[in-house]
Design a protein around this ligand. Structure first.
Ligand code: F6P
Length: 358
């Protein structure tokens, strides 16, 4: 038995924990493992390397992915140039299927977010025996209660909030902290609660600038001359739209960005308070994974190998507490997990006085 393993899409802490566990478990089953480099691009250009217990030793604590990754190499819409040098996208998925066979692979573990898993599902339908492992700091993949990487991102944002608190208080300023998460507010909600934010703005609850200002002014009256606002990058004003950092890019999802500055400008304009913006950006994607993410990554990696042993292809491992179970990849990618606005976490946050800007 010879299996391949690849990481696709944006990187995220604990990818290496998954690779390490999948390789160790597979080798324990007596299989050979081939690492596919830079996502599906490795299957287009035969960029591979053998993975053994020795080669995955010492990577558990490392952020990123030892295999490399890309979010711009979808074989169903592969960026290339036509004869006149114009950029076009071509379907080269048949080449990938044939290269998979040429490499003598029996199965493939695909570790990725919803975009990569959607590609994986299409290859499964084309006959490649695939199992999926959900990955993203955004925690927005259906079917699993948590994705690894999320806890590390939350801790990074919470650490920033702890640091920003003291400087905000010293200068009597408003600090607006823009966090990642795409169209889900998980990172903002968890880091905001853990980091003692006064206002949390998330895509699931469009905000009203007047309500933000109301909270800040009320705090002033209570003698709290500073405020901490956590804004998810996908948050937007009531009757407004999410703000993007770029126009439509070819072949990948459009990047969000800029809502933090928008919120800060409104606060300064309406309260006269000095306001500063911190965009945490890719800091949230790097660094050593937390213990929670290392454990979850290890469980997912080992469970993926077990799925292959059972022949349960087209399925994705998922945390369904207390156990790691699995579900069809098709079902998972069909549902984006966003923060339920009527959940206890939102209710509890409101009860302790956090404003969601509505
Ligand atoms: O999906 C993970 C994520 O970090 C999002 O939170 C963010 O919107 C996006 O990726 C950034 O993408 P890129 O790395 O392409 O800038």
């Amino acid at each position: 038995m010879r299996i391949g393993i690849l990481t696709g899409g944006g990187d995220c802490p604990a990818l290496n924990a998954v690779i390490r566990a999948a390789v160790k478990t597979s080798v324990g089953f007596g299989w050979e493992v081939l690492g596919i480099e830079e996502g599906f691009d490795g299957l287009v250009h035969f960029k591979t390397r053998s993975l053994t217990k020795t080669s995955v030793s010492g990577i558990l604590h490392l952020g990123g992915t030892i295999l490399g990754t890309t979010n711009a190499a979808n074989p169903f819409s592969y960026p290339t140039l036509d004869n006149s040098g114009t950029a076009i996208a071509r379907d080269i998925s048949d080449t990938v299927v044939s290269n998979f066979q040429k490499l003598g692979l029996d199965a493939l573990i695909v570790i990725g977010g919803d975009g990569t898993l959607a590609i994986a599902e299409r290859f499964y339908e084309k006959g490649i025996p695939i199992v999926g492992v959900p990955k993203t700091i955004d925690n927005d993949i259906g079917g699993t209660v948590f994705t690894f990487g999320f806890d590390t991102a939350v801790n990074t944002a919470r650490d920033a909030l702890d640091k920003l608190h003291t400087t905000a208080e010293s200068h009597r300023r408003v600090m607006v902290v823009e966090v990642m998460g795409r169209h889900a507010g998980w990172i903002a909600v968890h880091s905001g609660i853990a980091g003692g934010a006064d206002i949390i703005l998330i895509p699931e609850i469009p905000y009203d600038p007047a309500k933000i200002v109301e909270t800040i002014i009320m705090r002033e009256r209570l003698g709290k001359h500073f405020s901490i606002v956590v804004v998810a990058e996908g948050a937007f004003e009531q009757s407004g739209q999410p703000i993007y950092a770029e126009a439509n890019p070819a072949g990948r999802e459009r990047r969000l960005g800029g809502v933090g500055q928008r919120v800060a400008s409104v606060i300064t304009e309406l309260t006269g308070k000095e306001t500063r913006v911190v965009v945490l950006g890719h800091l949230q994607r790097g660094g050593p994974p937390t213990s929670f993410d290392r454990v979850l990554g290890t469980r997912f990696g080992a469970a993926a190998a077990r799925l292959i042993r059972k022949g349960a292809f087209g399925r994705m491992v998922a945390l369904m507490p207390p156990d790691v179970e699995s579900l069809p990849i098709r079902e998972a990618i069909g549902q984006r997990r966003i923060v339920p606005v009527d959940s206890d976490i939102i209710e509890s946050a409101r009860e302790i006085g956090i404003s969601f800007g509505n």
